[in-house]
Write a protein that binds this ligand. Structure first.
Ligand code: F6P
Length: 371
């Protein structure tokens, strides 16, 4: 293999705070310490499909560390293997394989290797290109913190901070009115945001996709609180939570997306049920994309910088198809294929679940009840 001279870089999937910090760290390290040229690919894999790439200089990435979003743009709809290219007469989409086109565009820009900053969808989508000989170094991003192989993704801690700030605010208004307040946070199949922010924000009930909830157990927890003189109850629920024996609440379907289901509505569903069963006034707050926007926390900027610095170092060392990860507090790397099509869910024996139960938090199941 000839040495890497020119690298491509893109941000794929849903955006999250810290993307710019990674772009900056990869580019500065590549230019300053390894003499590499950097090409920014616009809007994730969409830019590779549509041949939209631009050179990135030291100055292009200066002064962006603290900004949310991504200077390169992102897309969570561009899977080269199944890309919508036309419509059938009935309005349904026609999908084509754009893998070859991506390879041609990478070669036309003389890109020797690509840094893919993305989550599980991006890592899975890159597989077809890896099989065609492109070299990828993945950097794990997601507010959901659900990427397999890493203990932490950047963006997650910022989302947790935003959600726990919101819970703090909801507490005061809930106790003024003696209400049940349901706060719906993001998290499709993994409930990390709900668990962390619920613990940090002192939620009385925390609901996660990994533990299907029993409404009767929640009603009993509310009654137990009332018996102790606590009239207000704060419930933090992941958008992907579901009732026992029931299904996740689907907000909308986006047929053009490789992962077409957009969740939403579980908070309102639960609130309606609780109001009916307890007779207590109940309100819902859906935090939504607020959790993905704005300034990254200092911890996320540091993590993003560490990930980006390691990605450029790895490329310069000639590594092929690796994913940068954090394991047991250390930054290291694993085979990128190991993270594809898998998710990191909360294990049932996780110490934070035990901590939550120990302080009297209801996790939506009978185990949580104290009497
Ligand atoms: O994967 C990150 C995430 O923010 C999920 O938590 C959420 O379900 C989804 O993306 C929302 O996607 P979109 O931005 O397409 O609405």
């Amino acid at each position: 293999m000839p040495p890497t001279r020119r690298i491509g870089l893109f941000t794929g999937g849903g955006d999250c705070p810290g993307l710019n910090a990674v772009i900056r760290a990869v580019t500065k390290n590549a230019i300053l310490n390894h003499g590499l040229e950097v090409v920014g690919i616009e809007d994730g894999l969409l830019g590779l499909i549509e041949n939209r790439c631009r050179p990135l200089s030291f100055n292009d990435v200066s002064g962006i560390l603290q900004f949310g979003g991504t200077i390169l743009g992102s897309s969570n709809k561009a899977n080269p293997r199944r890309f919508p290219t036309a419509r059938n007469p009935d309005g349904s989409l026609v999908f084509s394989d754009m893998t070859e086109r991506c390879v041609e565009h990478a070669r036309a820009h003389r890109i020797d290797a690509i840094v893919a900053i993305g989550g599980d969808g991006t890592m899975s989508a890159c597989r077809a290109l890896v099989e065609r000989g492109l070299n990828f170094i993945g950097v794990p991003k997601s507010i959901d913190n659900d990427l397999f192989g890493t203990d932490l993704t950047f963006g997650f801690l910022t989302a947790v901070q935003i959600a726990s700030d919101a819970l703090d605010r909801v507490h005061t208004t809930a106790s003024s009115h003696g209400r049940i307040m349901v706060v719906e946070v993001m998290g499709r199949n993994a409930g990390w945001i709900s668990l962390y922010s619920g613990l940090a924000g002192g939620a009385d009930v925390i609901l996660i996709p990994e533990i299907p909830y029993d409404t009767t157990a929640i009603v009993r927890a509310i009654e137990q609180r009332a018996a102790r003189g606590r009239k207000a109850t704060i419930i933090c629920i992941a958008e992907g939570a579901k009732p026992k024996g029931g299904l996740q609440a689907v907000g909308r379907i986006d047929p053009s997306s490789p992962d077409p289901v957009r969740l939403g509505g579980i908070g309102a569903m639960l609130a309606g049920e609780l109001e009916d069963r307890t007779g207590q006034e109940t309100r819902v707050t859906v935090l939504g994309h607020v959790q993905r926007g704005g300034t990254p926390t200092a911890a996320d900027r540091v993590l993003a910088t560490e990930f980006g610095f390691h990605a450029a170092d790895l490329l310069a060392s000639g590594a092929r198809n690796r994913l940068i990860v954090r394991q047991d507090g250390r930054i290291t790397d694993i085979d990128i294929a190991d993270a594809a099509d898998k998710q990191r869910l909360i294990p049932s024996d996780h110490s934070m679940l035990r901590a939550a139960r120990a302080v009297g938090t209801c996790m939506g199941d009978e185990e949580s009840l104290t009497e």
